[in-house]
Design a protein around this ligand. Structure first.
Ligand SMILES: NC(=O)c1ccc[n+]([C@@H]2O[C@H](COP(=O)([O-])OP(=O)(O)OC[C@H]3O[C@@H](n4cnc5c(N)ncnc54)[C@H](OP(=O)(O)O)[C@@H]3O)[C@@H](O)[C@H]2O)c1
Length: 332
């Protein structure tokens, strides 16, 4: 496993990291959650990404139990705040009182006194940005988080926060980024690089679509994410005929390069220096090891050109947030 520096911070993150969104929030049983997480340590993965809203605390609790058996300085821990945490519609967002309550609840569940990275899961237009920035800074001043980041903020929202608190406010951005979803390259990579903000990207395998397991015109495999009611909630973002056909065109490209499809897809994401880590999901430990093998794989210009040709005009390249809204992405 290779490691990269996260933005202007002194955090070193593994190029491949592990996330717990639909998997360890309840979709994957406890034994497998433990096996996947331990496989990550075995493979040299040191960066773990979760959120308060994943299973409304369940994902953080699962990892609190498992990660607390490892020395705290042996891994970089990231969580997030914003999503709705109870049936009360007001129990969400980035108001100062909510941030103060949620960081304490996250730390309790994660069984630690600090996270390395605290991320605003989305922007909250109902709270003055000055208040949100001050509340996030307070979390750092209190030693409850070492660094701050955001996920899926627009360039305008990022710029407004930086105008208030300077570029040192944030060290990371968490956009969706994969061969099938390339919008952040144009939308936020440059702005972030100019301000010492690294990218830690989500769904780099397009939730499994880029592994080639879903074939056009065939039923979804029984043991896959999109066969599961609880884990298939965001299927429409990446699962459509054009995408499945493009992935089949990538098969000979991967074979020609002597790579598996997941390795090709993850190495493609990591070809960009702005990307500090690809946050993968895994439902079984073998996937963790298979994905970790992508670290250090370099793609030649010929392979990159063949990838572009195979993808054709499939990738989403429009503004990220608008695309997400169109796709109806949910965060429960
Ligand atoms: N900031 C945000 O708004 C946001 C949103 C979404 C996700 N995230 C973060 O990003 C993380 C990763 O998202 P993701 O789970 O969608 O990532 P992903 O890596 O694109 O997809 C993971 C899924 O693909 C399948 N898979 C993974 N490796 C495989 C392999 N080698 N061979 C075959 N199938 C494989 C598994 O599903 P099956 O085996 O079940 O088919 C696995 O659960 C999340 O856990 C979370 O931390 C953040």
């Amino acid at each position: 496993m290779r490691y990269r520096k996260l933005g202007s911070s002194d955090l070193e993150v593994s190029e491949i990291s592990l996330g717990s969104w639909l998997t360890y929030s309840g979709g994957v049983e406890a034994d497998r959650t433990r096996a996947c997480t331990e496989a990550a340590f075995d493979a040299g993965i040191t960066f773990f990404d979760t959120a308060n809203v994943y299973g409304r605390g369940a994902a953080e609790s699962a990892w609190g139990e498992i990660l607390s058996a490892h020395p705290r300085d042996s891994y970089v821990l990231a969580t997030k705040v914003w999503g709705q945490m109870s049936d009360d519609p007001a129990d969400r967002g980035l108001a100062p009182a909510q941030i103060a309550r949620q960081i304490d609840a996250s730390l309790t569940r994660l069984r630690t006194d600090h996270v390395d990275l605290y991320q605003a899961h989305r922007f909250d237009p109902d709270v003055p940005i000055e208040d949100t920035v001050e509340a996030l800074q307070k979390v750092v001043q209190q030693g409850k988080a070492r660094y701050l980041g955001f996920s899926e903020w627009t360039p305008e929202q990022i710029g407004a926060a930086i105008a208030i608190a300077g570029p040192e406010l944030f060290v990371s951005s968490q956009p969706q980024y994969s061969m099938l979803w390339q919008a952040p390259e144009a939308e936020v990579f440059g702005l972030c690089a100019d301000n010492g903000i690294g990218q830690v990207v989500w769904s780099p395998l397009a939730q499994g679509v880029l592994t080639g397991k879903y074939r056009p015109g065939e039923p979804v495999p029984e043991d896959s994410r999109f066969a599961s009611e609880s884990m298939g909630v965001a299927r429409d973002i990446v699962y459509h005929d054009d995408a499945l056909e493009a992935v089949q065109r990538l098969v000979p490209v991967a074979e020609g390069a002597g790579l598996t499809l997941p390795t090709l897809a993850l190495a493609w994401v990591l070809r960009r220096g702005e990307v500090a880590s690809a946050i993968t999901g895994a439902s079984r430990p073998e996937q963790v090891h298979a994905n970790a093998a992508a670290s250090g794989v370099r793609l030649t210009d010929d392979v990159l050109a063949a990838v572009d040709e195979a993808l054709g005009d499939v990738p989403v390249t429009g503004p990220t947030l608008a695309s997400l809204a169109r796709a109806g992405v949910r965060h429960r």
